[in-house]
Design a protein around this ligand. Structure first.
Ligand code: SF4
Length: 269
């Protein structure tokens, strides 16, 4: 089934609070409708430093908890760096991931927790969660980094962050919606932890009503996205109308600015 919704899709439709000025619907068009065109595929591949850091950071945390003795060894940092083959990445990636591992070794927040799921970070797409909203069927993808059990038996879904992006409450709702299907009998909360600045978000909860409304939002999004893709397949000349550009400050951070006819290029004074 092609109908799907995920946090990535949600943020490509509607930006998180504070990121509105970076939003451009045309980026969704390039990323989702035209990703197989060789020049687009190449640009998408080039722009992967933040993803590499996120995946390696998650891999590092996974390795640190794979074996209970790992956190108590003298050579832990070096061992993990070798295991995740950090030397094969760029200087920026190496420096930031080493700092992340050092931060985590100073404050191993999962130590002593009853962890029931810790993802390795490179598993690819998570198993889809099949959802029926009215007559509409779609798959929800929620890549959960970690789940541990609180003392009162509540499931705590923890999402590891890297970089400077603020926590987005909507992502927590996606995890809680996923948990309501995966663990229907269990109470669940979600939170974020930034491995670079060591900031923890508050614990986020959602009532059944909130999750129901959120499910409706996600089903509409899945539907709209499929309609947009179909329109594009039928008439690729309509690309700019289906995925309207929002030229401006966003172009300076856009991986497609070298090929986009609407790109605003800053001219040095
Ligand atoms: S270059 Fe600017 S207008 Fe074009 S897709 Fe990127 S952000 Fe949108």
């Amino acid at each position: 089934m092609w109908n799907f919704a995920s946090y990535n899709l949600l943020s490509s439709f509607s930006p998180a609070v504070g990121l509105e000025h970076f939003h451009c619907d045309m980026k969704r068009g390039y990323t989702r409708a035209r990703k197989r065109e060789p020049k687009i595929a190449k640009l998408l591949k080039q722009n992967n430093t933040p993803q590499q850091i996120g995946i390696l950071a998650q891999k590092g945390v996974y390795e640190l908890h794979k074996d209970s003795s790992m956190l108590h060894r003298r050579d832990t940092l070096q061992l993990v760096i070798e295991t995740i083959q950090l030397s094969s990445y760029s200087d920026v990636v190496r420096e930031r991931v080493t700092q992340i591992l050092n931060n985590y070794l100073e404050n191993p927040i999962l130590l002593g927790k009853k962890v029931i799921k810790l993802s390795r970070g490179d598993e690819g797409f998570p198993e889809p969660i099949f959802i029926q909203q009215g007559n509409y069927l779609f798959n929800l993808y929620a890549a959960i980094d970690c789940i541990f059990v609180e003392e009162d038996n509540t499931l705590h879904i923890l999402d590891f962050k890297t970089g400077k992006t603020d926590f987005d409450r909507r992502q927590a709702y996606i995890y809680l919606l996923a948990a309501s299907y995966l663990y229907p009998q269990r109470k669940a909360i979600a939170s974020f932890y930034n491995l670079e600045n060591c900031k923890h978000s508050e614990a986020i909860t959602a009532t059944a009503e909130v999750l129901e409304s959120f499910q409706i939002v996600m089903s509409r999004l899945a539907k709209q996205h499929q309609q947009d893709l179909q329109r594009y397949r039928k008439n690729s000349a309509d690309f700019k109308y289906i995925f309207p550009p929002n030229p401006g400050v966003s172009c300076g951070f856009c991986p497609f600015s070298s090929i986009c006819e609407f790109a605003v290029v800053e001219v040095a004074a």
